[in-house]
Design a protein around this ligand. Structure first.
Ligand code: COA
Length: 420
């Protein structure tokens, strides 16, 4: 398991749903003591959302809250507020992703938090940044994908399905949480230099936009040139003044597309992604049995290929007809061609390599027996995060209160007052 670099960092995890929990879960994996603060009786709404087993915490919750402890606390009651104040005094970081203004309404403004503990780092996720004209909006994943540029640049540009499209990847939620984790660690290192905490905020719109910067690059190029040569619209269709949706186009300097393999008629994932890397043109011709393309001037440069790139993909698809996606990749990898099968979630869940590397892990759980989850995508030479179960609601309430110095009687009184 090795060293746990974040050991000793105390985090009040005042987060819910996905964006905040993804952030604090990662910090917990790396050793931080993360205490999830939840409303008594109900807790994080994802405990109950999309349940697969009656009365047991849903996978939505278990997969975003491993390695944490759970404390129930009603922070709208004076007794609950007093407990939170004590926690703020003794912790390093508080992470929250409530709707705009909720923390202030609870009485914990940034000014108040600094009064209680000037070393505190307050980390927040909101839909839009402070001062933004939409700063008052509550936000969920797909709202952020629309606000941050992902939806307008994803999908098809013509045909019945040509409207904006959201991705199934959590660009708004988990991605924002990952940005926030970087912000928290930066503020923590900053505090080692200054002795002072600070407020760290990431807006979901900004985090999505950060991932869409190549599309902003394309807008700037379009403004200047009026066309984008790597898009499927070039050169036979016209461009408007906004970046179009490009289907499965490569998006960078190398054309690419999703191509059908053997069995696509019945298997919705019998496809590969194929990249026509300029450097690999000669090997591509060898791999797909088109040696004549190596010297034909209509094929030898990216510029010559682009006007008929979709025909080239069509020819490669012909070659793929009698090969499964795995057979195709096994051939193409020998020629150093960047490609991958389109993996289904089922294939990923059972993938031996992912299980061996800890990217997919099985975690024992008190009530559901065990569950499979996605482990750390970050690998270290001296840390192999051990993923432990998500906590039951309030599982650690008494333990945390005792650590804060509350006596048994006081803890019982807090229970009676329904503050915890
Ligand atoms: N004790 C007492 N009250 C609590 C509490 C506790 N332990 N935890 C939360 N609450 C209260 C809040 O104070 C708030 O009260 P108020 O609105 O009366 O002041 C209330 O619960 C609701 O909080 P809110 O965050 O607004 O929940 P919601 O279910 O209405 O909205 C979101 C959910 C996700 C839309 C909203 O939290 C949001 O926009 N968050 C920021 C963006 C974000 O992270 N979105 C992605 C989620 S994956």
């Amino acid at each position: 398991m090795g060293n746990k670099p974040l050991k000793g960092i105390k985090i009040i995890d005042f987060t819910h749903v996905q964006a905040g929990p993804a952030c604090t879960q990662m910090l917990a994996w790396f050793g931080a003591d993360v205490i999830k603060v939840e409303r008594p009786g109900s807790g994080d709404v994802t405990r109950r959302q999309l349940r697969d087993i009656p009365d047991v915490d849903a996978l939505y919750f278990t997969m975003l809250n491993s390695n944490k402890r759970s404390l129930t606390l009603d922070t709208k009651q004076p007794e609950g507020k007093a407990v939170l104040e004590k926690m703020i005094k003794e912790s390093d970081v508080m992470v929250e992703n409530f709707g705009p203004g909720a923390l202030d309404r609870m009485g914990f403004t940034w000014e108040r938090i600094q009064e209680i503990n000037p070393r505190m780092i307050l980390a927040s996720v909101k839909g839009f940044s402070e001062g933004h004209e939409y700063e008052d909006l509550k936000t969920y994943e797909n709202v952020a994908q629309c606000a941050g540029g992902a939806a307008s640049t994803t999908g098809w540009w013509k045909g019945e399905q040509s409207g904006p499209l959201v991705s199934s990847a959590a660009l708004g939620d988990t991605n924002t949480g990952m940005h926030l984790a970087i912000g928290i660690l930066t503020a923590y290192i900053g505090r080692q230099q200054t002795g002072k905490g600070q407020k760290v905020a990431v807006a979901m719109q900004d985090a999505v936009l950060n991932l869409c910067r190549v599309k902003m690059r394309d807008q700037l190029r379009l403004d200047k040139m009026g066309y984008l040569e790597e898009y499927p619209q070039y050169p036979h269709e016209s461009f408007s003044d906004v970046v179009p949706r490009g289907g499965n186009a490569g998006g960078g300097g190398q054309p690419g597309w999703i191509l059908k393999c053997k069995g696509w008629e019945t298997d919705g994932n019998a496809y590969i992604y194929f990249t026509v890397q300029d450097l690999a043109w000669t090997p591509i011709c060898d791999a797909i049995g088109k040696p004549e393309w190596k010297t034909d001037p209509a094929y030898t440069t990216p510029k010559a290929r682009q006007p008929h790139i979709m025909d080239i993909f069509g020819t490669i698809e012909e070659w793929l007809k009698d090969k499964t996606k795995f057979e195709a990749v096994d051939i193409l990898r020998k020629f150093d061609i960047p490609c991958s099968p389109v993996f289904s979630m089922k294939e990923l869940l059972h993938d031996k390599s992912l299980r061996a590397s800890g990217s997919i892990v099985e975690v024992p759980h008190k009530e559901r027996g065990s569950y499979w989850t996605v482990g750390s995508p970050i690998k270290f030479s001296d840390l192999k995060p051990e993923i432990t179960a998500s906590p039951l609601l309030g599982e650690h309430t008494d333990e945390v209160l005792a650590e804060l110095g509350y006596s048994k009687d006081k803890i019982a009184a807090l229970h009676t007052a329904k503050a915890v």
